[in-house]
Design a protein around this ligand. Sequence first.
Ligand code: ZN
Ligand code: ZN
Length: 392
Amino acid sequence: MRELAYLGPRRVAWRQVPEPTLSGALEALVRPVIAARCDGDNLPIFNRVTTAMRAGVALHYLDPVTTDLLGAYPYRAPFAIGHECIAQVVDCGDEVRAVKPGQLVIVPWAISCGGCRNCSDGLTSRCTRAGATLLNAYGFGKSMGAWGGAVSDLLRVPYADAMLVPVPATIDPMQLASASDNMPDAWRAVAPALARYPESAVLIVGGAARSIGLYAAGMAVALGALRVDYLDHHPERLAIAERLGARPIQSQPGARWLQRHAPRTHGDYRVCVDASSSAAGVRYALRSLDAGGVCTAVGFYFANRTGLPLMQMYANSSTLQVGVSHARAAIPQVIELVAAGAFDPLAVATVIADWDDAPQAFTTPATKVIVRRSEFGAMRVPETRAGAAHSR
Ligand SMILES: [Zn+2]
Ligand SMILES: [Zn+2]
């Protein structure tokens, strides 16, 4: 079968690999039909990371957990890339009850059993039965288990009933293209905090987590935030944020601007999100919090030293939530929000390309990339965006 493989910076290509097969009664084989590029995929696609990260760990500049997460050779090519997809169930083991062949399902990025203590507590990306590595997921190669990637002809799902979430017939599956990871990541960054502080002002510090910041902005608007401010230096993302109902605030690239413009004592937001994936962004978000406020940091923060303003957090009774997204636990709420029609996730998708063009699409420096098989071509695709992969 064919799968999309990461070969190095800006090098992604199709390759032939053996098909996975069913090996247990709880498993399913699924055929991905719509896939999206996770914001995290941009790190190895657009940067030379393997050598730099190895050196960073050796020199104690990066946190040693980096090796546990990504292996001794982070993002070492080649590996099957991609971990966001909608798929069609092809075959099921004897004990699979919740899904059946032909059904369209969301495949969460991380493997989870649904029954261990972590899964029961909603920490599905840290399932203790998923495998031997710290995280066990699609699209990261051996460092997270050999599960293959989402842009492929076939995926093996070890706990089909626990993992797979059917796409409701009333929702265009294209809207849920990123429901495997980035959308539930955005949801957890705003929804619980807005439930605690309804109708409060929300600040999103946008940046490297390109789509997560925008999904978070759109979701916060849909969840009834008093006001959603979206800070970024990138014109396209600012325009998308505005279309989603947020107030765009122009910044400048780099840590210095964030350092200079952060409030000295505190701001007036009860809910802040760092999607810039930078320590400077987290500091800015924390300093923008009002008393009792909650900041969720959704990015990667590899550096050993992050300079968090702990005394200010003490004075303001701030909460900082950092961590990997437990996507499976939040997917049902994401579906509910999209079904309500209060925000359009496709407003974030700047490139929608044909499945065969995935190598070009995945190496396009766009905000959000979605690829879809041709039989899904009849679905609603914004006119201006169809085929955009060829023009950018
Ligand atoms: Zn991801
Ligand atoms: Zn589990």
